[in-house]
Write a protein that binds this ligand. Structure first.
Ligand code: SF4
Length: 247
């Protein structure tokens, strides 16, 4: 499999599976080039990443059997598939199925949506939409957003629980662009939960961290279109225990 790291959050009985598949987007602000560990293991990931050196891709991956041997002794309520783009691992559906069978876990995937996912054993999709303006999307990710937006609507029609997420980057993916994303999400269903994340400084990127006020401004614009808007700002503290590294 393409699983290179697993972390466990005892308070929520949540297991985070980190995949490294070689993402199908090349986001300029991707922090994974600087930090590959689960944020739940780090005391202050934002401060750490700002001064980190660029890292190489992971070298060691677990087989499906090795993954299962690591997770077998744990109580699992939630399984989260994350990392770069977990959807690109052909063994993901087997892992999701097995976790459902063995633990009756609630399976969540984080995705950029460029590849349609086998949703059979996925319970919830957290779908990242980087930008609506085609020029911004191409500039930021190296690719068009056309298929991504189509896949968002397809996933919604599948009936699976779906959340949308975007990152506010000051003077680039700004509150007006976030509002465009919100409008698009509302065109699918205005009750879809929409989360706005603060961008934080990544070495080699020209953008500063977003302030709480900027995120709140974007949230106010998004709320004109959507009923459920949440924010992830940089002053938020960890809820629950610190995670532990399983692998
Ligand atoms: S989609 Fe996510 S993992 Fe892939 S390059 Fe963009 S930020 Fe990184």
């Amino acid at each position: 499999m393409k699983v290179y790291h697993i972390a466990y959050e005892q308070s929520y009985q949540s297991l985070d599976f980190h995949f490294w598949t070689g993402c199908n987007l090349q986001c300029r602000g991707c922090y994974l080039n600087y930090e590959k560990l689960d944020f739940g293991l780090l005391d202050d990931p934002v401060a750490q990443i700002a001064v980190q050196q660029r890292e190489s891709p992971p070298q060691k991956f677990l087989s499906f059997d090795e993954v299962m041997a690591y997770v077998e002794p744990l109580k699992i309520k939630y399984a989260v598939f994350m990392g770069d783009e977990a959807a690109l691992d052909p063994e993901l559906p087997k892992l999701a199925w097995t976790l459902h069978q063995k633990f009756q876990s609630y399976n969540i995937i984080l995705t950029n949506g460029r590849k349609m996912i086998d949703l059979e054993d996925i319970d919830e999709v957290i779908f990242s939409i980087k930008a609506i303006s085609e020029d911004i999307h191409r500039d930021y990710t190296g690719h068009s957003n056309k298929i991504i937006l189509e896949n968002f609507a397809k996933m919604y029609r599948s009936g699976k629980k779906l959340q949308a997420e975007t990152v506010l980057i000051p003077e680039y993916i700004d509150p007006k662009e976030v509002e465009r994303v919100a409008k698009f999400v509302a065109s699918v269903d205005k009750n879809i939960t929409f989360r706005i994340d603060s961008f934080f400084e990544v070495p080699g990127c020209p953008w500063r961290s977003a302030t709480k006020e900027e995120v709140e401004e974007a949230a106010a614009l998004a709320k004109k279109h959507l009923n459920n808007v949440t924010c992830l700002t940089l002053d938020m503290k960890r809820l629950g225990d610190k995670a532990v590294k399983v692998f």
